[in-house]
Design a protein around this ligand. Sequence first.
Ligand code: GLU
Length: 424
Amino acid sequence: MGYIEPAPIRDHENPFESMMSRFDIASQTLGLDEEIYNVLKTPAKQVIVSLPVTMDDGSIRVFQGYRVIHSNILGPSKGGIRFDPAVNLDEVKALAAWMTWKCAVVDIPYGGAKGGITCNPREMSAGEVERLVRSYTDAMIEIFGPDRDIPAPDMGTGPREMAWLMDEFSRAHGTTINAVVTGKPIVLGGSLGRAEATGRGVMVSAMVAMEKLKINPYNATCAIQGFGNVGSYTATLMKERGVKIVAISDISGAYYNEKGIDARAAQIYRDANNGLLEGFPDAERIDGNELLTLDVDVLVPAAKEDVINKHNAHDIKAKLIVEGANGPTSFKADKIISDKGILVVPDILANAGGVTVSYFEWVQNRLGYKWTRDRVNRRSDRIIKAAFERVYKTAQKYDVTMRIAAYMVAIDKVAKTYKYRGGF
Ligand code: GLU
């Protein structure tokens, strides 16, 4: 408890501006109609709520909660809920738009949304978090719904919070409605394979990208920033495929071993150590920012936004960046990185495995059926690989980066849907 997160070097762009700059470039390259551009540039709905919660000491604290629905033209909106002290409306707006593009890139029938509560779950008891989740769910009772808006975990939340949300929503409706939220514990209708799904998608996109770059995974090294759900599963799955993980990090610090880190052992250590890598043996402690500029083949930023920015982009030595986090590269860093010839598999493609398996969870809930882990993995791998090829081909055709190509694939789908549906 009480760890101070090392301040990331920010370059005063915010994630929303970074998202919009790419959206603008992709829209221009596509020749998007101005009308559709105007519809897509602003979120469809933004909800801000105040959530009074009784704390364990009897005091009442008021938390600020958000849910932004960027678009629901492709289907019910989908996106996680973030618990973090830095959560603010601009960030949630960017994350909501990214969900629209992400769902469209992997071609699943959802719009995009995101929620957040400004809080520090690490400093709250389970009871306090439960009351906060229930209060948030009550405030959003008209927003959420299996055909309306379907939340899921994001930074600072997981299956436990999704279980409380499902329960609170079900109580209010007098019947169990498990399809209202994904990322639930398995016994409550969660999907096999969901926990590792985002990391698995990152691994799959990294493998396809390495093939394109003719990097042999058995000779490749990788550094991973962030050792939460995404980073830790990416690490174990990449290692299983022969990649040497030389550095990992979390808010407690960064850990380096040129001989390779046993990612599974690190996961076990973290779980027994209050969720942190602090004191992780068999590795040298290095500076968190140094991890990003290590001389490795693959760099996976799997923590927060804007960690690769104009201040450090010049120093990046990796040949390939696979974005496990949402928005880890700032807009200004894009050009520096592409001028250096580094291939970037963008967030809206690389980390889409999570929402893809969320979609499978929702499908299973609605069918009242359960798929095997094998079926889940096979289908999500297929979706990520197909999306990768779509984006890669678009990048070659228009001579743009994979990031701009991913936005183009997504915006084109959403724009076509608007055109067919009409009704303005
Ligand atoms: N929060 C995750 C993301 O950013 C998952 C969203 C979901 O499963 O709906 O993609």
